[in-house]
Each structure stands twice: as C-alpha cells, then as structure tokens.
Design a protein around this ligand. Structure first.
Ligand code: NCD
Length: 309
C-alpha cells in the first residue's frame, strides 16, 4: 500500500513535509515513461469528473492538467470565465458554489488573485489544486521543477539553485523557494532591486547576475511579469538583457555542468538567449514541460485516492 498523502488539497508548499514532496515525486516518476508510450491510457480516474477553472491565461499548466486528467481516464471539463466578467470576492465564491453543485471530484484553480484557490477550497466538496494564484504560489510547478532537477542532476540535496529575474511577481519563485530548502537545496534570489521580494525568507539575494549564478548547479530564469506590476520597470528590454539576461558567456560563471531552467513562457533575447534555451545539453526547459504532465497525473491520482477507495 502506498503511503497515504495526509492532505485533502494542494494549495501551497507550506503544509508539505519533505516526505510528502518526495512521495509525490516518486509517484510522478513512472508516468514519464508511461507518457512516452503510444497508448497513454490508465483508467484509475474513470468516471471521476475533473474541473479546470482557469480565470487567467495559461498554455502549459491548463493543457497539462487536461492531458494528465484524460490520461488517467477522468472526464475533464474546462470552465472558461471569458473576458473580465468574473473577478474576485463574491463572484468567485458564487462561481465556485455553482460549479461545486455539479459535483466534481477534483478542481484545479488558477486565478490572478493570491488566495483564490484557498477560497474555492473552503466551499468545495472535493480536493482543490492550486494551478497558480496571483503572485503567491504555483505548487505543481515547483514539484515538476524538483522532479526535473532530480532527474537531470541525480539529486536535489546539496544543489545551489539560483532563481533569477522577476522574483517579486513570480508564484513559480514563491513555491520553489519554499520547496527546495525542504529537500536540502540552497536557494539564491537574483534580480534587480525592484524585482526582489520584500522578504527573501532566508534566501541569499543578489542584484548582480554574475555574482548570483557563480558556481550555481541550477540557473532558473523567470520572465518579467509586467501584467502583475503596479509600476512599470524602468529601462528597456535591451537594458534588462544586458544586465540580467542569461547567455552562454554568463553561464560560464555557474558550475561547469549547470542546468538551465525556465517555467515558460519565455521571452527570447530578454531574460534568456534563445540558442541557450534550445540547447538540450544545457537547458531542461522541455523536460520541465514533459515532467509537468507526470507530476499533475501523480497529484490528481493521489488527491482522489480517498474518494475512489
Ligand atoms: C508561469 C505562471 O503562470 O505562473 N508559467 C507557468 O505556469 N509555467 C510563469 C509566468 O507566467 O511567467
């Protein structure tokens, strides 16, 4: 019998122990090979209904949750809020109550407000997965990033991971900076002063990219998230690239076999040189996408186990 996962929802990294995280990574691992077969069909979620509530745009996350659910046999329905008619507060809760009355067995929620999936979870009769909330967290992204590091570097413990770029507005950074130290990795946050968080939560911060990535085992680049900024960042994108863009030349300062990661969507020529992003020996960007489906299959499977038994 697999170890029970003692959580009803996956809303953020804080409640997870190192054992919980490793359990999910181990559960995800076999789904990677499974995904490489011609027939990708497992029936363990057959008859269950999965709702994806994406109140914000998404390519990778929405699609990969949909593919993950379908490969497990779930009936997947995507709710499209359409334009700006649905916002926060009551209308979010009303929407959640309405959809919940259709009796889904699991819901995945992405929203531009931090805390929205938590609000949905309070009224939901089923497990809720946070698919990214505002500038807060994106737990399945951190899990897939950890799985990618473990597979490419052979371990997580003892790695130095430099997370670079717009940390302040990044929920990817928000979840990674919580998850990685739980598994024994050291996290550095690297970016312009205006894009570093007020509270680095114990991580070392750097405003100089060359210094921040020095001897790092993993260099994780993030895009500038203008849509989440209250004030615009000064300077042009070319200036940003000159100071904070990752290039082959710059990567020489990191550990000799340093791995480059990016959650996407990436802006080639801004935070990362296109050729470097495309280099499969240095970049794990497409591994992250592949591993994302496996992680989401594991999460959907594990969270619905109690319901299925
Ligand atoms: C990110 C997100 O939406 O949080 N993308 C993703 O899910 N892979 C990062 C971003 O928007 O820059």
């Amino acid at each position: 019998m697999p170890r029970p996962f003692p959580h009803r929802h996956l809303l953020g990294i804080d409640p997870l122990s190192a054992e919980d995280i490793l359990f999910l990574l181990d559960e995800a691992e076999p789904w990677i090979d499974f995904g490489r077969q011609a027939r990708k069909e497992d029936r363990r979620l057959a008859g269950l209904t999965q709702f994806n509530l994406f109140f914000e745009n998404s390519t990778r996350t929405l699609f990969s949750f949909e593919v993950a659910g379908k490969r497990l046999g779930a009936q997947v329905a995507n709710f499209h809020p359409g334009g700006s008619s649905v916002r926060k507060g009551e209308s979010l809760i009303d929407t959640a109550l309405t959809l919940n009355a259709m009796r889904p067995d699991v819901m995945v929620v992405r929203h531009n407000e931090s805390g929205a999936p938590q609000q949905v979870a309070e009224v939901a009769g089923c497990p809720v997965v946070n698919g990214g909330d505002g500038t807060n967290e994106h737990p399945t992204q951190a899990l897939l990033d950890a799985l990618t590091m473990r597979r490419r570097k052979g371990r997580i413990e003892g790695l130095t991971v430099a997370i670079c770029g717009d940390i302040r507005h990044s929920r990817v950074a928000g979840s990674n900076r919580k998850l990685l130290p739980k598994l024994g990795a050291e996290v550095r946050l690297v970016g312009p002063p205006a894009l570093l968080p007020d509270d680095a939560g114990g991580a070392a911060t750097f405003t100089d990219l060359d210094e921040g990535i020095k001897d790092a085992d993993v260099v994780m680049m993030l895009r500038i998230q203008r849509e989440r900024m209250e004030e615009s960042v000064s300077g042009t994108l070319a200036d940003f690239h000159a100071r904070y863009g990752l290039t082959y030349a710059r990567l020489d300062r990191a550990a000799p076999d340093a791995l480059v990661m990016h959650p996407g969507p990436m802006n080639r020529g801004v935070e990362i040189e296109g050729a470097l992003a495309d280099d499969p020996d240095r970049s794990a960007i497409l591994d992250q996408v592949e591993n994302g489906v496996a992680v989401r299959m594991a999460v959907l499977d594990v969270l619905t186990r109690a319901r299925r038994e």
